[in-house]
Design a protein around this ligand. Structure first.
Ligand SMILES: [Zn+2]
Length: 432
């Protein structure tokens, strides 16, 4: 039986239905089985502290659904040997996608989020912008992206030979403001979108449940399931790139906020005035401290005649954040100054976030992380100096590969997280 039939609406956007799976006891049992190769019913009773009849009834239900199977017998401690149970993680699958400006990265995972298939599909060439002195980028036609997503999923289904009724859902990650409850992209800088419905049309076309999620949240889900956030109940993943955002985990749960816009601390206004931000205001953390802001400041200094080894690169189109980091390492004063100033502003914003959430861990993640200590040293200092609690959180830098696979796996984890609560300390108690 397919898990999706009673846990997801076919439109894929009514989260209320999925709450059926938020049954604490069932989640305890499933997560225990996810964490161990095999367990007997007695192991489950010991590990979950649920009663024998409750465990038996949950196991019977999961077995009927094809999620749990008996795989032989354990060692008897007197009497009949116990049946060993395992999560039938190959019976159901999840698809995760990351929408990038130029391509779609896709993974298929099993119920333990092990990747069984990856695929990167280029998006069709974008229509040329209209003529004019500095034309704004034309919005991506949603229909083109929706069709490309559906085609990518269908290609993956054919390539893996997984029956569609064995796919419990499709997670789609995209940068921008996302209302995960309605599956609407409220705003995307990458695609120049405002209020574009994505989950529903994709779900209708594929006949599969679809969850749309902010990409910082998908990366946070990956850290929660497999990375530094594994088993940590309160942590933040700050994603630093051309924009700045964060995924927040509180009490082991991803915190999305009322409209899915939690974590947008990149738009905390540090002061009136200041550089213009993509959100239309001025002086936001992102406008001071993103990769884009750093490149803008280097170019502006070069055009005013400031000496720097990056002069030629800054006058062309190709200046990258990695070049700025490398120049700072080689002693370039301008690069050091701009990275440090950006880091100080990022640190002020992050200190505010840390004081509100009180996390144990902050992971700073993104492709620009190699710009290293010139940029993130001031962040650590600002957090240490401004944290109200006695013990500032641990701050760790993680550099992300650019192919989008990790983000796509995160989108799959978001679907798994909706189906089974993510593993927390409680559910990972060792039973042996
Ligand atoms: Zn802003």
């Amino acid at each position: 039986m397919n898990l999706s039939e009673d846990t997801f609406s076919r439109q894929g956007i009514r989260r209320g239905d999925w709450q059926l799976m938020a049954d604490m006891n069932r989640n305890l049992v499933v997560n225990m089985l996810r964490a161990h190769p095999t367990m007997s019913r007695a192991d489950l009773v010991r590990a979950t502290r649920l009663s024998g009849p409750t465990v038996s009834s949950i196991v019977a239900d999961l077995t009927v659904r094809g999620l749990v199977e008996e795989v032989g017998q354990g060692i008897s401690s007197g009497g009949r040997p116990p049946s060993l149970l395992r999560l039938n993680d190959k019976a159901n699958y999840v698809i995760g996608l990351k929408l990038m400006g130029h391509a779609i990265s896709l993974v298929v995972t099993d119920l333990r989020a092990a990747v069984i298939y990856t695929q990167v599909t280029p998006l069709p060439e974008r229509a040329a912008a209209t003529a004019g002195p500095t034309p704004p980028p034309a919005p991506r036609e949603p229909e083109v992206v929706i069709a490309a997503v559906c085609e990518a999923v269908q290609t993956a289904i054919l390539a893996t030979a997984v029956a569609p009724d064995r796919i419990i859902g499709v997670g789609v990650g995209v940068a921008g403001a996302i209302d995960a409850n309605t599956g609407v992209c409220l705003y995307s800088n990458t695609f120049n979108w405002h209020n574009v419905a994505l989950a529903q049309p994709i779900s209708q076309r594929l006949g599969l449940p679809v969850i749309l999620e902010n990409d910082a949240n998908t990366l946070t889900a990956t850290e929660q399931w497999f990375g530094l956030g594994h088993g940590v109940d309160h942590f933040i993943v700050v994603v630093v790139g051309s924009g700045i955002g964060a995924g927040i985990v509180v009490n082991g749960q991803l915190h999305r906020g009322a409209q899915g816009a939690a974590g947008e601390f990149g738009h905390i206004q540090l002061e009136d005035g200041g550089p213009a931000c993509t959100c239309g205001r001025n002086g936001c953390v992102e406008a001071w401290a993103s990769d884009r802001a750093i490149l803008r400041d280097i170019r502006a200094a070069v055009s005013q005649g400031t000496a720097t080894s990056l002069r030629d690169a800054a006058q062309g189109e190709g200046l990258t954040i990695a070049q700025v980091g490398a120049a700072a390492d080689r002693g370039d004063e301008l690069s050091r100054e701009v990275l440090t100033r950006a880091g100080e502003h990022l640190g002020r914003g992050m200190a505010a976030l840390v004081n509100v959430i009180n996390p144990r861990l902050v992971v700073i993640s993104g492709e620009g992380v190699p710009a290293g200590e010139w940029r993130f040293g001031p962040v650590r200092k600002a957090i240490a100096a401004s944290t109200f609690s006695q013990t500032p959180p641990e701050v760790v830098l993680v550099s992300e590969p650019v192919d989008g696979t990790k983000w796509a796996r995160g989108a799959a984890c978001v679907v798994l997280g909706e189906t089974f609560n993510p593993p927390t300390k409680q559910s990972l108690v060792d039973v042996m």
